[in-house]
Design a protein around this ligand. Structure first.
Ligand code: NAP
Length: 236
């Protein structure tokens, strides 16, 4: 597994804002080669500015996590920009707020499942051939997907989809173990992004700094674990 100081080739999904953009900033700052994906690269102004500041080290490619056709298109583009991936960060996610029991719209549940659960699972499956042996897959999960911690009817589409994503993490850890690839479920904390809101406790810089430390420290023995941004284990 690469050390904290060794440059890595990393792919980040949902990289145009929030935690994804902060991952890209911190990875570039440490010298990594980054493939940043976004649904609409032409509108990803902050990312495109970083491309100019880091010539040759940042590539912005289209990906809709919820659309497997775009996964296949991305897989065809990857060899044109990097010769392998050391780290895949499945960060893209959606939270449909305001859901009430009896009125959960089927389309929101479906979108949540496709974006947060089947999306990262299928993308990892599609990109597996591009992951180097010993690589790491970091699935950005949420404590709201913890079945054991659930005590009320809150954000059901999001919670159901993140619980399903957690199962995908455990299954992918099993599937990729023979290649030495570790797969982690990571809770970033309650973070000040569009999703977390201004009242959140943690800044994106703190969260991503912590998450990258957890990723750096992870060994194959940690594969299939559910950890928070400070490395603390969470109940499933
Ligand atoms: P955010 O500010 O809302 O950003 C979400 C990102 O995901 C955006 O780049 C968005 O792209 C992208 N995205 C959404 N649906 C997508 C799709 N179908 N395909 C590709 N990209 C898509 O949220 P965030 O706080 O940075 O969240 C990042 C991750 O952390 C998510 O997985 C989230 O569930 C998790 N998380 C966040 C918190 C928190 O407190 N913030 C807590 C726990 C877990 P567009 O601009 O195109 O919409």
């Amino acid at each position: 597994m690469p050390t904290a100081s060794a440059p890595r080739r990393t792919l980040v999904t949902g990289a145009n804002r929030g935690l994804g953009l902060e991952f890209v900033r911190q990875l570039l700052a440490r010298g990594d080669h980054v493939v940043a994906t976004s649904r609409h690269p032409g509108r990803a102004h902050a990312l495109n500015q970083l491309v100019g500041e880091h010539p040759g080290r940042l590539h912005v490619l289209p990906l809709d996590a919820a659309d497997p056709k775009t996964h296949a298109e991305l897989a065809r583009e990857i060899p044109l920009v990097v010769d392998g991936l050391d780290l895949l960060i499945n960060n893209a996610g959606v939270l449909h707020s305001g859901e009430r029991f009896g009125q959960v719209p089927p389309a929101q549940l479906d979108d949540s499942l496709r974006t947060n659960a089947s999306g990262p699972f299928l993308l990892t499956q599609t990109l597996a051939a591009h992951l180097v042996d010993g690589a790491t897959v970091a699935n950005v999960s949420s404590v709201l997907g913890s079945i054991a911690s659930t005590s009320g009817f809150h954000t059901p589409s999001y919670a159901i989809s993140k619980a399903a994503q957690n199962m995908a993490t455990v299954l992918l850890a099993q599937a990729l173990a023979e290649r030495g690839i570790a797969v982690l479920a990571l809770h970033p904390g309650w973070v000040q992004t569009d999703m977390g809101g201004v009242g959140a406790q943690v800044t994106p810089a703190q969260s991503v700094g912590g998450l990258l430390s957890v990723i750096d420290a992870a060994t194959l023995a940690d594969s299939g674990r559910f950890l928070d941004w400070q490395g603390q284990p969470l109940p499933w």
